[in-house]
Design a binder for this molecule. Structure first.
Ligand code: FES
Length: 112
């Protein structure tokens, strides 16, 4: 079973976390199932960017993002080349190292 290593995030997993994930589940669902409350404002329908993550390792093991996901990602806070929407990224058979960005677009707009 592939592992997902979540890097420390101040609020969601301050110490970081290593979880086992079955191939075929989304990174978002795997995180939620293990108590990492990644935001998912649109209920995982690829219509927001609150579930944005950066895949530091294993990015290429996953199926590529589609156009809709890319369009949404363009609006994400802190976009990087290895950014994905976690509700659209399906775990394949390799371990992943995932960083949850410090802010989501919801939080940014609340602060300004
Ligand atoms: S939860 Fe909205 S795009 Fe993933």
């Amino acid at each position: 079973m592939p592992q997902i290593i979540f890097l420390p995030h101040d609020e969601l997993c301050p110490e970081g976390k290593v979880i086992e994930a079955e191939s075929g589940v989304t990174v978002c669902d795997a995180a939620l199932a293990h108590g990492i409350e990644i935001e998912h404002a649109c209920e995982k329908s690829c219509a927001c960017t609150t579930c944005h993550v950066i895949v530091r390792e294993g990015f290429d093991s996953m199926e590529e993002s589609d156009e809709l996901e890319d369009d949404m990602l363009d609006k994400a806070w802190g976009l990087e080349p290895e950014s994905r929407l976690s509700c659209q990224s399906v775990v394949a058979d390799e371990d992943l190292v995932v960083e949850i960005p410090k802010y989501t677009i919801n939080q940014v707009s609340e602060r300004h």
